[in-house]
Design a protein around this ligand. Structure first.
Ligand SMILES: [Zn+2]
Length: 379
């Protein structure tokens, strides 16, 4: 939960200049097929108060945002991962969600991820594991829609935080039956510096038992999932315990990547545009909003907004690279620009999709400057 001691004016909540992050080279592809195919899958939309997502506390309007899952196909191995399962129907949520958070957010129901996949002829038994960016209800979907043998993988500390589940814990957002019915595996703590083989490596991924945390790009802890550099899972805590992201190589020679940032941010305006030397940095801070209607006490969607501010700065740093496109789980700015399943994102660079999805934000900032409006009014 959010530390109530965090002051929204804390200087550590200011956007972090990208130059503050050191850079570890991303290993180049060794073979043409050291890549994955990444497809974006919409599920339901989330209708939310705008000021929870965008830094503008006085604006009480609402905004509807998509919630994307991603199919990751490793064609060389003939396997696939599913990154998040989107949002589920209200009746599948535990009481604390139904009676609590859904008074603030509203789910705009759409087709579930698994039926979208099967409808286009995809055999979901090929999905080796569902990987959860984090444990929030709008990402975990409905496990009952998955084949019973599909494992669920989550970031360090997630399972301790979610056990024992409802009804043992009345405040839990997870059902306790999930812990009995399905194989749930979490990545080891980042304190584990050796290979994970001896502990849970083979359970996580039987084909790559040499997994270990390594430095990658501007991150301290990343794991090479398939052992060929095509898909890295990256430790990115701050939004919620166990929050993880992923760097997917979608083309080789030249190597280009898509970075799945989960809920590190809920809107482009927090990590874009990449500031240029000598120009004002127009990125906005992590949003704080009144804890309840009329309350003076402010809160944030992040468990630790100071830690997450660092991770948002890293998204800016990644965006400065010509061969990386960052994508948030709820990035509404991509709708109508990026293709969805069964299309994939491998052509993003040649098609100019990264620039195109940033264009709207830039246009809004330019408008705000021209009219003297606050940037947050326009984004
Ligand atoms: Zn979310």
């Amino acid at each position: 939960m959010l530390d109530p001691a965090v002051d929204p004016n804390d200087p550590r909540l200011r956007p972090v200049p990208p130059r503050e992050f050191s850079w570890n080279a991303i290993p180049a592809s060794k073979a043409e097929d050291d890549i994955v195919k990444v497809s974006m899958i919409p599920s339901s939309d989330l209708d939310s108060p705008r000021n929870i997502l965008i830094n503008d506390p006085a604006n009480t309007s609402r905004i509807s945002i998509p919630s994307f899952s991603f199919l990751i196909q490793h064609e060389k191995n003939g396997t696939a991962l599913l990154w998040d399962l989107g949002m589920t129907k209200n009746e599948k949520l535990t009481p604390v969600l139904r009676d609590g958070i859904l008074k603030t957010f509203r789910v705009v129901p759409g087709q579930d991820v698994i039926s979208r996949l099967t409808e286009k002829g995809f055999n979901v038994t090929e999905i080796e594991a569902l990987v959860l960016s984090h444990s929030h209800f709008d990402h975990i979907g409905d496990f009952d829609t998955l084949p019973s043998e599909t494992r669920v993988i989550c970031g360090p500390g997630t399972l301790e935080a979610m056990r024992p589940g409802y009804p043992e814990d009345e405040q839990s957002e997870w059902w306790s039956k999930w812990f009995e019915e399905r194989e749930l595996v979490q990545l080891p703590s980042t304190d584990v510096t050796d290979s994970w083989t001896a502990s849970i490596g083979s359970k996580l991924n039987p084909r790559n038992t040499g997994m270990r945390w390594q430095k990658l790009a501007c991150y301290e802890h990343a794991v090479d999932w398939f052992g060929d550099g095509s898909f890295w899972i990256v430790n990115t805590p701050g939004h919620r315990v166990g929050h993880i992201s992923a760097l997917a190589r979608v083309t080789s020679n030249p190597d280009t990547y898509v970075f799945l940032a989960g809920d590190t941010s809920h809107h482009q305006s927090l990590y874009l545009p990449v500031p240029t030397e000598g120009q004002p940095d127009t990125r906005t801070k992590v949003p704080f909003y009144p804890k309840s209607e009329g309350s003076k006490e402010m809160t944030s969607l992040d468990d630790d907004p100071i830690v997450n501010t660092q991770n948002i700065g890293r998204l800016t740093r990644l965006s400065a690279e010509d061969n990386i496109m960052v994508l948030l789980a709820h990035e509404g700015e991509v709708e109508g620009i990026l293709p969805v399943w069964p299309e994939d994102l491998s052509r993003w660079k040649t098609r100019g999709w990264k620039e195109e999805k940033e264009e709207e934000l830039k246009g809004n900032i330019a408008r705000a400057k021209a009219t003297g409006a606050r940037i947050a009014d326009e984004v």
